[in-house]
Design a protein around this ligand. Structure first.
Ligand SMILES: Nc1ncnc2c1ncn2[C@@H]1O[C@H](COP(=O)(O)OP(=O)(O)OP(=O)(O)O)[C@@H](O)[C@H]1O
Length: 504
């Protein structure tokens, strides 16, 4: 079904606004519920307003097409046009992210966004249906680039206040999607899909892979897995595996990226996967070593502990044990409060840490979700002892002509070369380096990918990839995340910080 042929701007309006409904029933609505209109633009208008899609208006390029800045309505409306060309899929790979076989990401995005309006997302303004060889989406213009650009730019990395604010804003956006009826699962949460608006607020964009519906709905159950490697939940192997918790996994990866400034997958580091690298640090309580070395840790390390443990919970292998986005939001709010603790308290905590650095302390704390198995936690690491695995700033991205180029962390399935790939069989994720690994005495041999820009991909349409994912998943053991805790409330925080001191 072609969205453009079946859904005109009028029908889109009728879905979104309450006007037509209320006038039909002759009932005066008590309150207008954010009426908004999806506009239909003519191709000639968009062409002239972008000077024939000139390089001056070019904003960026994604896996589905290019994005241009456009000035419309005589200068009153500044927007971004996403231009998606019709392409013939390769015989090995069918990009089939959407509910219907003929539906493209652009059509899918219109279908989803025409029923959503939220200040935390990049909202749809309209579309253009009169171009034969491409589809054009007009969305809100985000003048401050993407979160990816901000995090990985070498000039001025954002500080902790902004990082935490961005994380909370994205979490709120995802919570809104998950709590809408029917729920929307974004399926492509990553830093390059988080855009920064004119007020320096983070907005979630790119709904090309999103799915709207309950997990038991036919359309959801028939849609093959898709996403971006590095952020994609490795337990999402078949359509039936999809749940809102897949988004929670991707959010966990994003959170680790926000804390550490490291790419989701960076082949210049060992281990390349941010999860592989971060989880041991979190387990050993080395929250200092986790922080982006360009900005160091915040005055109160409890903020990082809160964020890091939350991220670890989000990437848990037991899908049901991952928090939902409402819990994530609450935890990040608690972390934000800690960031704004009056300086006197921060000073006290700093002194407390100083004592700890002299004599590293081990503390026990309880797992909040039932397991009361005592955990040995090496508490707060010294900054001087920061792990070598901390990423040096020169390795975040390649700077060319003043523009930060996204690090080429991994390949799309289009670039997949069958050879060897190494999925991490010991954790809740996989990495994309070739080779063999042993797990339980069994060598796992999996194909290699040619590494390329981090791009959204349809995954399980490739039969080889489906098979590969299945075989790998059968080796994936339950990650030992039960020893981690989200300690956001002041009580447990005090227990973590103070109990060992008093025990001495
Ligand atoms: N609404 C917007 N306002 C301003 N710039 C935008 C907007 N949307 C996208 N861009 C820019 O265009 C680039 C490409 O965006 P697009 O969503 O097509 O791809 P992507 O998210 O980078 O990659 P992928 O398609 O693999 O998800 C973004 O990185 C961003 O810099």
């Amino acid at each position: 079904m072609d969205f453009f042929s079946t859904c005109t701007s009028d029908s889109a309006i009728s879905i979104c606004g309450c006007d037509s409904f209320s006038s039909h029933l002759r009932i005066k609505p008590k309150k207008r519920i954010n009426p908004f209109q999806i506009r239909q633009f003519s191709y000639s208008d968009l062409l002239s307003s972008t000077h024939s899609f000139s390089p001056d208006c070019f904003l960026g390029k994604g896996s589905h097409g290019a994005v241009y800045k456009v000035v419309l309505d005589g200068g009153k409306l500044i927007a971004a046009v996403k231009r998606t060309k019709f392409t013939t899929p390769s015989p090995n790979f069918h990009y089939n992210s959407c509910q219907f076989p003929n539906s493209t990401p652009a059509e899918n995005e219109i279908e989803i966004l025409s029923q959503l309006r939220n200040p935390r997302i990049v909202n749809l303004i309209g579309f253009c249906a009169d171009s034969k060889d491409e589809k054009l989406l007009v969305v809100e213009f985000m003048p401050n680039g993407s979160l990816y650009d901000l995090l990985h730019s070498q000039s001025r990395p954002p500080g902790w206040t902004r990082r935490l604010r961005f994380a909370l804003q994205v979490a709120k956006a995802v919570r809104t999607l998950h709590t809408s009826n029917p729920p929307v699962i974004h399926r492509d949460i990553k830093s390059s899909n988080v855009l920064i608006d004119g007020n320096l607020n983070a907005r979630l964009g790119d709904f090309g892979l999103a799915l709207r519906g309950h997990v038991e709905d036919v359309r959801v159950r028939c849609t093959p897995p898709a996403g971006t490697l590095g952020y994609l939940d490795p337990w999402y192997l078949a359509p039936a595996d999809l749940s809102v918790k897949s988004d929670v996994f991707s959010f966990g990866i994003l959170l680790l990226e926000i804390i550490s400034g490291r790419n989701a997958i960076d082949v210049h580091h060992s281990p390349p996967s941010v999860v592989d690298w971060a989880l041991p640090l979190i387990k050993h309580g080395d929250f200092d070593g986790l922080c982006d070395p360009r900005i160091g840790s915040p005055a109160d390390l409890a903020v990082i502990r809160c964020m890091a443990v939350l991220a670890a919970k989000c990437v848990r292998s037991t899908v049901q044990k991952r928090p939902d986005m409402a819990e994530v939001v609450e935890c990040l709010k608690a972390a934000k409060k800690k960031l704004h603790v009056p300086p006197i308290w921060n000073n006290l905590r700093r002194r407390e840490r100083h004592v700890e650095n002299l004599q590293p302390l081990i503390s026990n704390f309880d797992e909040p979700d039932g397991s009361d198995e005592p955990v040995m936690v090496c508490r707060i690491g010294s900054r001087r002892n920061r792990k070598i695995s901390s990423v040096s700033s020169t390795e975040y991205g390649i700077k060319t002509n003043g523009r930060v180029v996204r690090s080429r962390s991994m390949g799309s399935v289009n670039d997949m070369k069958l050879g060897q790939i190494n999925f991490n069989v010991g954790g809740s994720y996989y990495s994309s380096l070739g080779g063999r690994r042993k797990h339980g005495g069994v060598a796992v041999k999996i194909p290699t990918m040619k590494l390329n820009k981090s791009r959204s991909v349809g995954v399980s349409e490739n039969p080889k990839f489906v098979e590969l994912n299945r075989r790998t998943a059968s080796f994936l053991p339950e990650i030992e995340m039960s020893k981690l805790t989200i300690d956001c409330d002041a009580k447990s925080e005090n227990q973590m910080l103070e109990k060992p001191l008093f025990q001495k």
